[in-house]
Design a protein around this ligand. Structure first.
Ligand code: URA
Length: 232
């Protein structure tokens, strides 16, 4: 009898350690940072607040006019790892947080595989308002939002940036390459005088359509895990 209960308990513990149980058990948004959290440095919190307000004050922008919410960021501002996606989709626009839809769930699973989660990464996008019909942001839109993204990076001061998809890669690395050529390597970049290791990988939305490419993402994730060990 007690052996049975022990077996069941062991199976349950294994199950909950394999899944992101926070996402399943909680009906609220999770791990959202709160700028009044005492462990976020005051000037960092203030600078994030100011940046958010500046983006909120953007005028004459088609993206903003069509969106319901500003999607600023999620995760922990003290993280060593900053993740940059393309732009909010319908779910993100509704909830006001990046990567909360299907691609976000896959991203959470990918991060969990290397012991990361929204408590130890910081997530944002190239553009902070949803492009209509989920189209790719135009060059002009990317250019307009780039100074805000660079400021965002300057405030967070990550050690590592993970660029998900070609929009983020093209914007930050200032190239026109494709992901398949650029992924799997470290690039030492400098943004607003901050030196950062950056790595490029497939966007989770692409991986949902092309699951056979996940093996390459796994290589990139392991590179991040190893780099984190070295810079700790
Ligand atoms: N895709 C992105 O690039 N960003 C999000 O926030 C959601 C989906």
């Amino acid at each position: 009898m007690s052996k049975n209960i022990n077996n069941k308990l062991t199976r349950l513990i294994k199950y909950y350690s394999l899944i992101n149980h926070n996402l399943i058990l909680s009906n609220k948004t999770i791990n959202r940072y709160n700028l009044s959290q005492p462990n976020i440095q005051k000037d960092k919190a203030l600078n994030l607040q100011k940046l958010r307000e500046r983006i909120n004050e953007i005028k004459n922008c088609k993206l903003k006019e069509n969106a319901s919410n500003l999607v600023f960021s999620d995760g922990n501002p003290n993280s060593k790892v900053m993740i940059i996606g393309e732009g909010p989709g319908a779910n993100e626009d509704k909830e006001g947080f990046p990567f909360v839809g299907r691609a976000g769930q896959l991203l959470d699973k990918m991060l969990n595989a290397i012991s990361l989660n929204r408590d130890n990464v910081y997530i944002t996008n190239v553009v902070n308002y949803r492009p209509p019909e989920n189209r790719r942001p135009t060059e002009k839109e990317i250019e307009r939002y780039l100074p805000y993204l660079k400021k965002h990076i300057e405030i967070i001061k990550p050690k590592i940036i993970l660029l998900l998809g070609s929009t983020a890669m093209n914007a930050i690395l200032q190239n026109t390459e494709v992901i398949s050529k650029m992924r799997g390597k470290w690039y030492e970049i400098e943004i607003n005088n901050i030196k950062i290791f950056s790595i490029v990988s497939f966007h989770p939305a692409y991986l949902l359509r092309q699951p056979d490419q996940k093996k390459f993402s796994w290589i990139d994730l392991k590179m991040i895990r190893d780099k984190l060990k070295k810079i700790k």
